[in-house]
Ligand binder design. Structure first.
Ligand code: TXA
Ligand code: MG
Length: 342
């Protein structure tokens, strides 16, 4: 398949807009940036289009997709029962990295929701994403643009690695700002519940709603997952990832005494790397800069693959605020393998 690559400035041309419109209304796929990660988009109200996404990603068909809209007013076409809670959160956080799960209306095909009677919707905060939805004139379902199970894509070269010649159009938006997928919040029941932590934290939501909410995001694999996405292996590079819990000193001595013959890499904040005597180091940024660390984790995991690193060590970081979302992704990349040095 031929893949056409566009840049942001191309989107003002009529022919380019016509091309995007045509692709998204004829069962095609468009990869585009959002403020969180790149998405691979299709027409959300057409089953055949939706199926193309599952094929391209190799994604299990029971893992539901998020529907992206460009105007909150469109929400009522696709979902029922928008509660007062949901309205407050939309006012505060849309456009932005918060996906809300509602009871779906019939217009949304079950292919989008993996058979569930609920659907996740968000309005992304990104010029290109909003423009693509407007041009398509249909809602766009878009999972993260990575092959199923692999780290998400936060740079244009990541999506090229995974989808070049597998989609009709790719739009280059450079590096995505947040770098971690949206917070997923179920607002279809009486008490809102977090299903996936993200940049919008539990505290930020509770502050707006002035109430305590539930957090199901740490549900272990063995329990019944509250969101189908929880039960699959995620974000994993080819190398074997291990998380290390301990002080910076303990981390340094553990890594410096390794005698493994395998190619070893380390992904960590700056402070952890100063005295590490290994070659493949990825500096995530200063330990207190969650924004920078969050924006770098998927690039780091993908870089280890490019360097053909076989064993990857990552320190256990704070789970406060955005740290919860960061550790959620890293622990999944490690398939829950954690060594405790404390
Ligand atoms: O930031 C993002 O959300 C990115 C960008 C492209 O918008 N998209 C994204 O999509 O991360 P995806 O498909 O990789 O992750 C969607 C997550 C999955 O864990 C899925 O199980 C959950 O959202 N989800 C979607 N609809 C749901 C529903 N109706 N009920 C429960 N979980 C749902
Ligand atoms: Mg994903």
């Amino acid at each position: 398949m031929k893949t056409t690559i566009y840049k942001i400035e191309d989107l003002n041309q009529n022919e380019v807009q016509e091309h995007i419109h045509k692709v998204l209304n004829h069962q095609g796929l468009v990869v585009f940036p959002t403020e969180t990660v790149y998405g691979i988009g299709a027409n959300a109200i057409d089953s055949k289009s939706v199926n193309q996404i599952f094929l391209a990603k190799g994604r299990p068909s029971d893992n539901p997709l998020i529907v992206h809209i460009s105007d909150p007013k469109d929400l009522n076409k696709y979902v029922s029962n928008v509660s007062m809670f949901a309205k407050k959160l939309i006012d505060q956080f849309w456009p932005g990295p918060l996906t809300l799960v509602f009871k779906k209306k019939d217009l949304i095909p079950i292919e989008v929701t993996g058979g569930l009677d609920t659907v996740g919707v968000r309005m992304p905060n990104h010029e290109i994403a909003l423009k693509v939805i407007d041009i398509a004139k249909v809602p766009i379902c878009a999972p993260s643009a990575n092959l199923s199970g692999k780290p998400s894509s936060t740079e244009f070269r990541h999506v090229k690695e995974d989808f070049f010649e597998k989609v009709d159009i790719m739009i280059d938006g450079g590096k995505t700002k947040i770098g971690i997928e949206s917070t997923v919040l179920d607002v279809s029941n009486d008490i809102p519940a977090i299903l996936r932590p993200g940049f919008v934290t539990k505290e930020m939501i509770e502050e707006v709603l002035q109430m305590d909410i539930l957090d199901f995001s740490e549900t272990k694999i063995k329990d019944t997952p509250k969101s189908p996405g929880m039960k699959y292996k995620h974000y994993a590079p080819k190398g074997h990832v291990t998380i290390i819990k301990g002080s910076i000193n303990q981390f340094e001595s553990y890594l410096n005494q390794l005698t493994s013959k395998e190619k070893v890499g380390v992904i960590a904040p700056t402070e952890y790397l100063k005295n590490i005597k290994l070659h493949h180091l990825f500096d995530l940024g200063p330990i207190d800069n969650f924004d920078l660390i969050g924006s770098n984790i998927f690039s780091a995991l993908r870089q280890m693959d490019l360097d053909q690193v076989e064993t990857i060590y990552i320190p256990y970081l704070s789970t406060k605020k955005q740290g919860q979302a960061i550790m959620n992704r890293l622990i999944k990349a490690a398939n829950h393998e954690i060594i405790e040095l404390e």
